[in-house]
Design a protein around this ligand. Structure first.
Ligand SMILES: Cc1ncc(C[n+]2csc(CCOP(=O)(O)OP(=O)(O)O)c2C)c(N)n1
Ligand SMILES: [Mg+2]
Length: 325
């Protein structure tokens, strides 16, 4: 499945590995900050799913758009977000992406074509189709990649949005992160057809199911999807099979996850897979260690920046709040 062009591109593989590790460290250090009480509200770690965001966003071009989910830190980082501003937002600081008012589930970065995270499961799908419709009407060469989830595929918005995108041949790529659970409910309990991509096929959409823990496979599949959209053959649906390394959110120990399945996915870790691709392309242990050190230092810097940043000023509390007289 993996293209030899990609597997021999050491520079690209180093960048894919580095971004996966950046997300891994961001989440594991973020969980520590949460446990110290520095982060409030919800925090849904992306740990174990990083190859999806990284493969998709590496294939996207500067002008393209993404929409994100409640599990969105990885999407932001892969789309080039500033982890200083992300960390500050998680800590509720004035220097954060939403000036400390949004927190984990509301980070957007219009300058990077990131149309935003969304706490409403499935709500990103129609937003993404709307973005793709806009670009299509304006005749722009832009693709919208919409990250969504197995739980969201069970929502009405999925069928409405993807069908419309298909009817209008929009440049829209639906990336389903099938981590096989919606909170504690396994996907087997919410659908008979476990190959979720087949639903797209039923709408006449080019749809594939792939290993979401293999960043090269994700990257190659996304490149193909972009090409199809550019050729007017959109939309495309990509179901990426993956698994969370833990519970639904930081406070969920995930005791319901079957241990054998968890073990299987821990051994098929996107970080290890990406590292192996990089080593096979000729990287040395020292080169990988350099990347690791750089990532860890940059995350430490982001945390220090956030902790040193002020909280939002109470005097500005009502700014941007509109109400009728
Ligand atoms: C419309 C809606 N219904 C319910 C919820 C509560 N909720 C938050 S996350 C979640 C499950 C999400 O599972 P999935 O869509 O598979 O995404 P994952 O968390 O696995 O990434 C639910 C039910 C919500 N946020 N929005
Ligand atoms: Mg899920």
């Amino acid at each position: 499945m993996a293209s030899p062009v990609t597997t021999q591109d050491k520079t690209l593989l180093a960048s894919l590995y580095e971004t996966i590790y950046t997300i891994r460290v961001f989440e594991s250090e973020g969980i520590k900050l949460y446990r110290k009480g520095l982060i409030r509200g919800y925090f849904h770690p992306y740990t174990g799913e990083e190859a999806i965001a990284v493969g998709v966003c590496a294939a996207l071009r500067e002008q393209d758009y993404i929409t994100s989910t409640h599990r969105g830190h990885g999407h932001c980082i892969a789309r080039g977000a500033d982890i200083r501003k992300m960390t500050a937002e998680l800590l509720g600081r004035a220097t954060g992406y939403c000036r400390g008012r949004g927190g984990s589930m509301h980070i957007a970065d219009m300058s990077a074509g990131n149309l935003g995270a969304n706490g409403v499961v499935g709500a990103g799908t129609p937003l993404g189709v709307g973005a793709a419709l806009g670009t299509s009407i304006r005749g722009e060469d832009r693709v919208t990649a919409c990250f969504t989830s197995d739980g969201a595929v069970m929502n009405g918005t999925f069928g409405e949005a993807l069908n419309l995108a298909a009817a209008w041949s929009l440049p829209f790529v639906l990336v389903v992160e099938n981590n096989q659970y919606a909170v504690s409910t396994p996907v087997e309990q919410t659908t008979r057809e476990l190959d979720l991509y087949k639903r797209g096929q039923g709408m006449g959409v080019h749809s594939v199911g792939i290993d979401g823990n293999d960043v090269v496979t994700v990257y190659d599949t996304m490149q193909d999807a972009i090409g199809r959209c550019q050729a007017g053959e959109g939309p495309v649906m990509i179901e990426c099979r993956t698994f969370r390394h833990g519970g639904h959110h930081v406070n969920d120990p995930g005791l319901y996850l079957p241990q054998d399945k968890l073990q299987h996915y821990l051994e098929h870790d996107p970080l290890t897979v990406a590292r192996q691709y990089l080593m096979d392309a000729g990287a040395t242990e020292a080169e990988v260690a350099d990347i690791d050190a750089r990532v860890e230092a940059s995350n430490e810097d982001a945390i220090a920046f956030a902790i040193d940043s002020p909280e939002p000023d109470l005097a500005e509390f009502l700014e941007e709040v509109e109400a009728n007289e």
